[in-house]
Design a binder for this molecule. Structure first.
Ligand SMILES: Nc1nc2c(ncn2[C@@H]2O[C@H](COP(=O)(O)OP(=O)(O)O)[C@@H](O)[C@H]2O)c(=O)[nH]1
Ligand SMILES: [Mg+2]
Length: 224
């Protein structure tokens, strides 16, 4: 519990046995529930997560968005916090994020990684791609967003009913932000966090996912 709210963390994982160990080692005591969505990993991700006390939900069909939808359906907390299973997002900053969230007056807070403090955390190509996608989303949806691709969010679980989440892939990250931005009853804000180098192998395919995410933005704009 954090200030009388039940806290659930949801972590999508595709072959993150080393990263998830490091993340779970640092989960603060006020977190009530940790849900690891195992996206048909071929390594020991699920065993490691279970042995460290997480609830493991399995989603056999791969996809970042699919994994999140499965995880959210299993969550029971008042507030959901998300992050990757690769130890790149600051798991030691959850109280900072929760304080910012509770004081923000919005229902959805996104943790922006840009500008990056740690140069090794993101390649130049990745940084440029993020800037392009963030600028495209900002222009299309009339709201400046620093990091449309951030995977660390804090939001009220009851607001999931008000969001239409259709993406099964990496575009899920921008879609959930668009849904929060568009709905005045939700409200959106960003806060800066420090992002660091991931543990284990990257799952993102920059060109493929970048182009798909851009196409998704256009589709979401013209067919709301
Ligand atoms: N790309 C991808 N990531 C997945 C999938 N299922 C779960 N994930 C997890 O989603 C997170 C984001 O992927 P990652 O490679 O870290 O992307 P990046 O942080 O944008 O570079 C990681 O924790 C992955 O293990 C999937 O099908 N595809
Ligand atoms: Mg990552």
């Amino acid at each position: 519990m954090y200030k009388n709210r039940r806290i659930t963390i949801v972590i999508p994982c595709l072959n993150e046995e080393e990263g998830i160990r490091q993340v779970l080692e640092e989960v603060p005591a006020f977190v009530d529930e940790v849900i690891v969505v195992d996206n048909n990993s071929t390594d020991r991700t699920a065993d490691v997560a279970r042995s460290m006390g997480a609830v493991v939900v399995s989603e056999l069909h791969r996809g970042y968005g699919r994994a999140y939808k499965k995880g959210f359906a299993a969550a029971t907390g008042d507030i959901i916090i998300t992050l990757d299973g690769d130890h790149s997002y600051p798991i030691d900053a959850l109280s900072y994020l929760l304080e910012a969230f509770l004081h923000s007056g919005v229902g959805f807070l996104s943790a922006s990684r840009l500008p990056t403090l740690d140069d090794a955390a993101m390649s130049l190509k990745h940084k440029i791609g993020n800037r392009v996608l963030s600028a495209a989303m900002s222009l299309l949806f009339f709201r400046w967003v620093n990091d449309s691709q951030s995977g660390m969010w804090v939001f009220r679980r009851d607001l999931l009913d008000k969001m239409k989440l259709t993406s099964d892939g990496m575009a899920f990250s921008e879609e959930i932000k668009i849904e929060a931005i568009r709905n005045r009853q939700i409200g959106f804000r960003e806060i800066f966090i420090n992002y660091s180098q991931r543990v284990g192998e990257k799952k993102l395919q920059p060109w493929r996912d970048g182009i798909r995410n851009l196409a998704f933005l256009v589709r979401k704009r013209v067919r709301p």
